[in-house]
Design a protein around this ligand. Structure first.
Ligand code: MSP
Length: 638
């Protein structure tokens, strides 16, 4: 048991979150929940990185102030983390006063150490990374190695940090701390980068107003990475009078300070950040864990590449837990993995609906029907499942310590498989029929239920909403607050088992992939209970008249049409609409329709849809809406 401080990167607010941001945050949440259940003191931080050129430009493009853009994106992050059951203790924004004060304090220390000086800087700059690259690091045509977009040549007077001074201290630190960067392959990359020599680092920008003014250097703004990395300690109150958290979670020798990040930002965390901390005379993180990328068609999923996956539809239908499961089961932490709806559905159906959901519901149903709505009255003494469970849980804990989530989950599924084999070999359903609810039936079912209880308990960090539901189905209405119950023998005898509800209803893969809803939407509340919204909220939706200029069948889905529409001065857009079974594409060309013009783009079966066409829904079938007479394209609908 100990003190753990876990952090995600703080995310840029130039755009809405996508699967990559979700992944790191879900991973960190799973670790935080696991450690808390193990009785540790845990502090979990996430937040947003709101300064810098990238944000300034994105806000200008959208015609809003950077802070207004940040506010909008931050509220989406809050909603999303709620939806995903993220249990962070704090959410820091770099535009907060508590952060600015802390950054100034750190810079004062760098200055006092003699590590800052002013000089001219020239080089190739990627605004998406907010970093300079050498010619050697760039791809042909001066393209950024991460974003594949063209870097720009910059020349300006900046404040420099004497990073070169820290080459040897960093190498010595790495040698003395073999856990500093995980996995090991990434540590080797970092080490060889530092061995290759370190240039001093420009830590201010002259041509940027959206940032923290650089203390002691008029006209300069703090470089966004120095600003951002500092969040890990400013959020704990470093530099302020209220620094109790800093003293508990960062300062003590034995505190575990763990940064979870993607491999794209490893250099910042494993080279620059420790060098800043060394210069400031502050403790270093204990471990930087870098995971791989979610890819689509072998390219990193990112806003700049333009191949985003935002799994809103999946989460709206199935809740976030199945996606959490998929992300943690499918990716080997540290390596890259491909994201696709197909593989999500396959995993869901086989692992969650079949192995987990069916096993639990079969056992609960049989127990209820045999023991008058109750769990079995008699437990089982020695039996082969006990050692299987102990070994599986041993492997689970071992894997969790290594952040090998896929292995931790695989070992729980081995226990499920063993429980199933055990049941199939003994066929309690037949015994009930032939001899009634005997003590032998009770013992067999109890064993199966006990194995399910252990699996559900060990799944609490992974499935924060459904694992408690599984436990409730087993008669344990209060989920445990610690892993003390994660040992064989806790399944209660003779307690009432509630009527089970479907835990993971099977998904019809074909239907889902063809764009059809696969689960009925939740019933609408009665009219008087319907949630009212303000007029302002309504006007957040931009409705516009548009003319269909082209229409064709979607290449990969029978129910979808791909439309091109003109919004007049608002330009032309591609929309994907689920109307193929009611409308022939040719008949739509020239027609005016109403579209939602400010909807986030979504990729539907491989085609990006930049809005939505409005239709009345008659028994679930669309009937398109048209203006009563022709009006100019782009006309607002109010
Ligand atoms: N603001 C910086 C981080 C500052 S931390 C002091 C930043 N922000 S970001 O919004 O671009 O988020 C980057 C992080 O998002 C990655 O490190 C990773 O955690 C996650 N991901 C973004 N795209 C990803 C994938 N395609 N796959 C997996 N995770 C990736 O960088």
């Amino acid at each position: 048991m100990g003190n753990y401080y876990l952090t995600t990167p703080i995310y840029y607010v130039n755009d809405l979150p996508h699967i990559g941001h979700i992944y790191t945050t879900v991973v960190t949440d799973t670790v935080a929940r696991y450690l808390r259940l193990g009785g540790n003191q845990v502090r979990f931080l996430t937040g947003t990185d709101e300064h810098g050129q990238k944000i300034e430009r994105a806000a200008a493009e959208k015609g809003v102030t950077p802070l207004a853009l940040a506010d909008r994106v931050v509220s989406r992050y809050h909603e999303l983390w709620d939806e995903y059951g993220i249990s962070h203790d704090d959410f820091i924004r770099t535009t907060e006063e508590r952060h600015r004060a802390g950054v100034e304090r750190i810079i004062t220390r760098l200055e006092a150490a003699g590590d800052l000086y002013q000089d001219r800087h020239e080089g190739w700059y990627c605004a998406a990374c907010e970093t300079y690259y050498t010619e050697k690091e760039l791809q042909p045509g001066h393209h950024c190695p991460v974003h594949e977009t063209e870097a720009e040549w910059r020349s300006e007077e900046n404040v420099y940090f004497r990073l070169s001074r820290y080459q040897q201290p960093l190498l010595d630190w790495y040698a003395a701390h073999p856990e500093f960067v995980r996995p090991l392959s990434r540590f080797n990359e970092v080490r060889s980068f530092v061995e290759g020599g370190l240039n001093d680092l420009s830590v201010s920008r002259a041509s940027l107003s959206w940032g923290i003014p650089f203390p002691g250097h008029d006209g300069q703004t703090v470089y966004v990475w120095l600003d951002a990395l500092s969040n890990y300690i400013t959020a704990l109150g470093f530099g302020s009078e209220r620094d109790e958290l800093y003293r508990v979670f960062w300062e003590p020798q034995g505190a575990q300070r763990i940064h979870l990040i993607g491999k794209d930002i490893l250099r910042f965390h494993a080279v620059f950040w420790p060098a800043f901390l060394m210069s400031a005379g502050l403790p270093l993180p204990t471990t930087v864990w870098a995971h791989g990328w979610w890819l689509r068609d072998n390219r990193k999923i990112s806003k700049s590449v333009g191949n985003l996956v935002r799994p809103d539809a999946l989460v709206a239908s199935f809740g976030a837990d199945p996606l959490r499961y998929f992300l943690l089961r499918e990716m080997v932490f540290g390596q890259d993995a491909q994201f696709s709806d197909e593989s999500f559905i396959d995993r869901y159906n086989s692992d969650l609906a079949n192995d987990l959901g069916n096993t639990v519901s079969r056992l609960v149903n049989l127990s209820r029907s045999s023991f008058d709505g109750h769990s079995p009255p008699e437990a089982c003494g020695s039996n082969p499942l006990i050692s299987v469970a102990e070994e599986a849980l041993g492997r689970y804990h071992e894997a969790m310590r290594e952040l090998a989530f896929h292995r931790a989950l695989a070992s729980l599924w081995e226990l499920l498989a063993a429980a199933n084999q055990y049941l199939v070999a003994r066929e309690p359903w037949k015994l009930v029929k032939s001899a009634g609810a005997t003590a032998a039936v009770s013992r067999i079912l109890w064993n199966g239920l006990e194995a399910s209880r252990l699996v559900a308990t060990a799944l609490l960090p992974f499935l924060p909403r459904t694992a408690p539901r599984i436990l409730a189905a087993l008669g344990l209405l209060e989920p445990p607050a610690s892993f003390e119950t994660l040992t064989w023998g806790g399944m209660p005898l003779g307690v009432e088992l509630p009527e089970p509800s479907a835990l993971f209803p099977r998904i019809d893969k074909e239907k889902y992939l063809s764009g059809e809803a696969v689960q009925p939407p939740p019933p609408a509340p009665p009219a008087e209970e319907k949630k009212m919204i303000s007029i302002d909220k309504f006007f957040e939706t931009q409705l516009r008249v548009a003319t269909v200029t082209a229409a064709e069948k979607h290449p990969n889905a029978d129910r979808l049409l791909k439309l091109t529409v003109s919004l007049g001065e608002g330009g032309s857009r591609t929309l994907v609409a689920g109307i193929a079974q009611q409308y022939e594409p040719e008949a739509l060309v020239g027609k005016q329709v109403i579209v939602v013009a400010n909807l986030e783009p979504a990729t539907l079966r491989g085609v990006v849809s930049e809005g939505m066409v409005l239709a009345a829904s008659v028994d679930g079938k669309p009937v398109l809406l048209h203006p009563e007479r022709p009006v100019p394209d782009g006309t607002p609908v109010k």
